[in-house]
Design a protein. Structure first.
Ligand code: F6R
Length: 616
């Protein structure tokens, strides 16, 4: 959500930042802009729309320069306009800033600054902070003892209530770039004779793989050849340099048309990578390196509380079914944003698990911090190495799914479910799950990549089904037991990229209200698997058909669907219960993708959405 790239060093600031913004565009794409030191002084360019609009407006000298800050925006305060786009420059022209996050006390700041003669061009909270830095800069002694620009940033941040990741420049200091973070990620990239700032490593891996993750309340002062970190309250901080093991081709489309499509097709590999090296030699259980909990401690857990948002929350619901069933540990699932403010009473032997692809979702991070504050052991299931959630949890499991750029989560979802299935297996084997049952589960998991490949071969068939159904404006997704969270996920995928109104329900629950929606123009996608609820699911299908509702049935191959009952059938391979949620997810992803294409929607940049939600 919003992207920042800052640069200091060689004469290529504009082009490095432009590349970085393109890589960050999935974080926000309402408008973009940059301030760059080009020739005579600093120049500011802002454009509404996609980064390509900014690119078209940049002139040759602006692609050079040795210093700059840039931003791609997802609007929070103020509509989409050039005035509201970042960077913001103070009314005295002394400070330019880009900002991610929300300054909660910006109204008070604005009143104070207006009284001191500062004026405002935008409706944003960020401009208030920019002017506040200019105000402190104006007051700072310029006697050479302390850097007045650096001091002004630090002093201003002491007055901020809310969250920020910022990059700041001052034309009086053309050799200095300053960044700071609180609640919104900011990373320092260390190159040869150059330094970068970014809200996300993917923006800078084309320049360097050596990074420093800033912590909250830290301020970094970057020069061409060196940098120093201190806290907002002026304590110096030792930088820890990490090497990012990042395949830069992940940020490129290659032969695909869209990142969502690419990531759907990457699932055989992402699943394989997530399980590699994580099965026991006897083939009956899984294990994880980073849990930081030994088997004795894990056996004392009475309850697990899962916290997440959006698609990751659906993974938690699958985890609830799997862990209760295979490990017999009671599980609760909460929206992170609700848990955080709810003050729920929890038993002291509760393990808190946060699931987050990005590891930066502010609601999940806030809930995790709240759980830690109350003294609970916390784990994170996370796809982004070095993310804030990964660093702040007591232990964790990396998904190793590779970077996910498509705004609609696909490969991260199936990888989260797979990790939860492996966790259910591991916890189950520490309790009552037999060796034989463990072996069956391990074998089922190992078959996944090949089975996913089989489903992907049905891409054309699913595209043809999508073509027929793309005209409807409403759709229900229905499934029982483990298929209920997949129904929720199907509805979310469809609505977020094609803007069709879609709802997911437990199939039996349909009779208690949603059935009123069923008609010729409201199709249903049924997720049907073999097992004890199979015949009940078929009865629910009959109820829809009796009301002239069209039905797409996604089913496992061992389901005997009566001829002529449903309008379309998509089959997935017969499989163990534990992997059904993964295999059944693939057709709903492809279906949503093709419906959105058919409706002419921008699949990778859906309306109003952005990847990684770092504001509350
Ligand atoms: C939907 C989607 C979102 C995210 C949610 C949490 O396709 O991607 O619902 O799942 O914003 O994001 P993470 O997992 O990064 O915490």
């Amino acid at each position: 959500m919003c992207g920042i790239v800052g640069y200091i060093g060689l004469d290529r600031a504009g082009s490095v930042m432009l590349d970085g913004l393109k890589r960050l565009e999935y974080r926000g794409y309402d408008s973009s802009g940059m301030v760059v030191s080009a020739g005579k002084g600093f120049e500011q360019i802002k454009r509404t729309g996609r980064v390509v609009k900014l690119e078209e407006s940049l002139k040759e000298p602006q692609l050079g320069g040795n210093l700059g800050i840039s931003h791609t925006r997802w609007a929070t305060h103020g509509d989409v306009s050039e005035a509201n786009a970042h960077p913001h420059t103070s009314s005295d022209g002394k400070i330019s800033l880009v900002h991610n996050g929300v300054i909660e006390n910006y109204n008070g700041m604005k009143d104070f600054l207006a009284g001191k003669g500062y004026t405002f061009q935008s409706e944003t909270d960020s401009e208030a902070l920019c002017n506040l830095i200019a105000y402190h800069y104006d007051k700072e002694p310029k006697d050479g003892k302390k850097n007045p620009f650096h001091e002004a940033v630090r002093k201003s941040l002491r007055h901020v209530e809310g969250t920020y990741g910022i990059a700041v420049v001052c034309p009086d200091f053309p050799e200095d770039l300053i960044g700071a973070r609180k609640g919104s990620p900011l990373i320092v990239g260390i190159g040869k004779g150059e330094h970068l700032l970014a809200s996300d490593v993917s923006a800078i891996t084309h320049c360097t793989q050596n990074v420093v993750y800033l912590d909250d309340n830290e301020v970094v002062h970057l020069k061409k050849d060196n940098f120093s970190i201190s806290t907002v309250s002026s304590k110096s901080v030792e930088a820890v340099i990490h090497k990012v093991d990042w395949d830069t081709s992940e940020a490129e489309l290659g032969d695909y048309d869209h990142f969502m499509q690419k990531e759907i097709f990457e699932q055989p590999t992402s699943l394989e990578n997530g399980m590699r090296g994580r099965f026991s030699d006897d083939g009956s259980t899984a294990f994880f390196g980073g849990l930081n909990l030994n088997p004795q401690e894990l056996c004392q857990i009475d309850r697990i509380l899962f916290l997440a948002c959006g698609t990751a929350w659906h993974s938690c619901l699958v985890a609830e079914y799997l862990i209760e069933r295979f490990a017999r540990i009671p599980v609760e699932v909460e929206y992170a944003s609700e848990f955080r403010y709810r003050n729920a009473p929890l038993d002291k032997n509760t393990l808190v698990v946060a699931i987050s692809q990005s590891g930066e979702t502010i609601d999940t991070l806030g809930a995790l911090r709240e759980a830690k504050r109350k003294g609970f052991r916390t784990l994170a299931i996370n796809n982004s190495v070095g993310s804030t959630i990964a660093r702040e949890s007591d232990g964790g499991i990396y998904q190793h799914a590779g970077s996910e750029i498509g705004v609609a989560s696909t490969k991260a979802f199936t990888s989260q479910i797979m990790i939860c299935a492996m966790l259910a297996l591991y916890l189950g084997r520490l309790r009552d799950l037999s060796y034989g049952d463990g072996v069956q589960i391990v074998n089922a998991l190992k078959k996944l990549p090949e089975q996913v490949k089989e489903i992907l071969k049905q891409n054309d068939k699913i595209a043809a089904v999508a073509k027929k159904f793309a005209k409807y404006e409403d759709c229900l997704f229905l499934g029982r037991q483990l298929m209920f969270p997949i129904a929720l996920e199907g509805a979310l995928k469809l609505k977020e990229i094609s803007y069709i109104h879609a709802e997911g329900y437990p199939a039996a629950e349909m009779k208690h209200g949603p059935i009123a929606l069923i008609c010729e123009d409201c199709p249903s996608v049924f997720l049907v698997t073999s097992g004890e609820t199979f015949s009940k699911s078929l009865a629910n299908v009959q109820e829809v058909k009796a009301r002239k509702g069209k039905v797409i049935c996604i089913a496992t191959e061992d389901c005997d669907i009566p001829d002529g009952l449903v309008d379309e059938t998509i089959l997935v391979p017969e499989c163990h219960e534990i992997v059904k949620p993964i295999l059944m997810s693939i057709p709903i992803q492809l279906f949503s993708y093709h419906v959105a294409l058919e409706r002419g929607c921008d699949v990778d940049k859906p309306r109003n959405l952005a990847k990684s939600v770092t504001v509350e």
